[in-house]
Design a protein around this ligand. Structure first.
Ligand code: CO
Ligand code: CO
Length: 316
């Protein structure tokens, strides 16, 4: 593929970044992203909230402020009641309202399968962009949400999840990454991305691709949905988890004796997952504490950035 180079392009499609960023003026750049997917929970209203939180997340991952959005909708006109779509869009609108984002339009196509998401436009100061690259040796890695949404969504589809499991995973997926994003400049975050379909390892791999750093991930410190342990043991493993492992396992070293659960959860495809951030070591504990006090209760230090093993992830 051939990409046009442009002096004002700050982030494009070349480094697997979360959003496109284009400089308009020395003090202003445009942030653009689009994302949409099929339902992962049964409640249409909750699906709408989650889809919007997920779509906004790519803007937040780069430190941007989302301003406006357009609905992207695929809907089976002939086989699904229109009231379901209304609930999806109502959930989406409520999440946009909570984010301070204005809906300015949208587009619907007839499709056999319901899908929903947003095209988002935001802004950022060109010198305050937080890329997915730029982590430095010695940085600590902070993850802001529990892992396990893919495993629990699989259990929901198999009608195995308890109402309390569904409530917990829905609340996490519908939570905006806004708070963590807005705190990033205060704690000198060097690099960040959001954890979605490629799982923790896949998105970590994008952060270190082509760099002279490696990552250590400490499985004992990973925030996880407790229910995902039980469901993983019962075989509720999404297909995407196996695909992620097949794709990324060649850059991962696993210490002997790591329980199988962790070898699943690190590859679990997430929906509307948390931010993964590389933070100076002397700021990490204070940042996690601030996140906990600011309504991001599951945030945790999960590992560190090393000069050893460049391009590789050590799972210990
Ligand atoms: Co992303
Ligand atoms: Co995305």
């Amino acid at each position: 593929m051939h990409f046009h180079r442009d002096a004002n392009l700050i982030a494009g499609i070349e480094h697997g970044e979360d959003a496109g960023i284009y400089k308009l003026r020395d003090d202003l750049a445009l942030v653009q992203t689009v994302d949409f997917f099929t339902p992962i929970v049964d409640e249409p209203y909750d699906f709408g909230r989650i889809a919007v939180a997920n779509s906004l997340s790519d803007v937040y991952a780069m430190g941007g402020t989302p301003l406006t959005a357009m609905n992207v909708v695929c809907f089976p006109n002939n086989s699904m009641d229109i009231s379901i779509l209304r609930e999806v869009l109502r959930g989406g609108l409520d999440a946009m309202h909570a984010a301070g984002v204005i809906l300015v339009g949208g587009h619907t196509v007839d499709d056999p399968e319901l899908k929903y998401g947003l095209s988002v436009t935001g802004i950022i100061h060109p010198e305050r962009v937080i890329h997915n690259y730029g982590a430095l040796p010695g940085d600590r890695l902070i993850l802001t949400k529990n892992l396990g949404t893919g495993i629990i969504s699989t259990a929901i589809k198999a009608c195995r999840a308890a109402p309390s499991d569904i409530t917990a995973v829905t609340a996490s997926m519908a939570a905006l990454n806004r708070t963590a994003s807005e705190l990033m400049p205060l704690f000198n975050v060097h690099a960040a991305t959001d954890i979605t379909g490629f799982g923790l390892i896949g998105h970590a791999a994008e952060m270190i691709a082509g760099s002279s750093t490696g990552y250590i991930i400490e499985t004992g410190r990973l925030p996880v949905f407790e229910a995902s342990r039980k469901f993983a043991a019962e075989g509720m493993i999404p297909g995407g988890l196996h695909r992620n492992r097949d794709y990324y396992k060649n850059i991962v070293n696993v210490s002997p004796g790591i329980p199988q659960f962790y070898l699943d959860i690190i590859y679990d495809p997430q929906t509307s997952g948390g931010l993964l951030m590389a933070v100076p070591a002397d700021k990490a504990a204070a940042f996690v504490e601030k996140l906990h006090l600011s309504g991001v209760p599951d945030a945790a230090v999960i590992g560190e950035v090393t000069a050893e093993n460049p391009g590789r992830i050590m799972v210990i």
